[in-house]
Write a new protein. Sequence first.
Length: 333
Amino acid sequence: MPNGQTNGQSSGQPGGQPSGQSSGQTNGQWYPAEWPDRIRALAAGELVPATPRRAATVLLLKDGADGPLVHMLRRRASMAFAGGAYAYPGGGVDPRDEHPVRWAGPAREEWAARLGLPDAAQAQAVVCAAVRETYEEAGVLLAGETPDTVVGDTTGEDWEKDRAALVARELSFADFLDRRGLVLRSDLLGAWARWITPEFEPRRYDTWFFVAALPAGQRTRNASTEADRTVWIRPADAAAGYDRGELTMMPPTISTLRALEPYGSAAGALAAAADQDMTPVLAQARLEGDEVILSWPGHDEFTKHIPTAGGGATDGTADRPAGRPTGREGGSI
């Protein structure tokens, strides 16, 4: 792994195995040990699905020598949701994300149509959450003084004070932009995918995935209390680490990584966002003989066969148990 770590950040291979991951497995799919019992309870009508919370996450890209790199973070092993898994900056929508905000780019109504939301206010909230969470967790701000500019360096004590206030929910993103005379650059985002946490999970999120290019003059850092390290990595390299069982990821993470592999530049990926299918992906579980079959429509690689008598799940080639995460709630699927 190349040297150059700063505040837990590195470039190149992530390296190291997250807590709870064992070697010799066919991939690094995150799979909680309690899922089989919860799936059986759902099938029996004994489990009432939780209402998903709206969330947004951003695949932040920059060009490297061999194509685009994506910014990823590793969730702390103590996190209740997907501890030890690699993910992207993101989190839940703050109700105040619907407050009037300085705006540039496609109209909110256009975003509502693209995101499959019923009104402009909800669309603004999701886009606002994507921009806000990227700033809170990665220190990157997709905003500018005018509709065609972007702020430069966002480091420094004054910026950090505002970022901390946003994280603590002491300051709304609309007020933050007003204080600094900035407009949210929604045109710097491209909607890429939408995944909804399975009905049998107690913590559920309806998450929109976006792509964005790292603005010139800005740099990422590990600003999240939920991550123990961050990395810039080629999507193909991250996917290979997952396939070897070295990097734990949730289905939407590895799926979006694989979808990025064909693009030769960050700009190319951003341009392709308009053609991505935004149909929500929701896991399905059904009883078939002595197994519960768990599947994600359109994503056969994640299919699991779970014995009704209990025990580990399989993907048709190997058992894939996982330890139960502990700690406080995370913010994206």
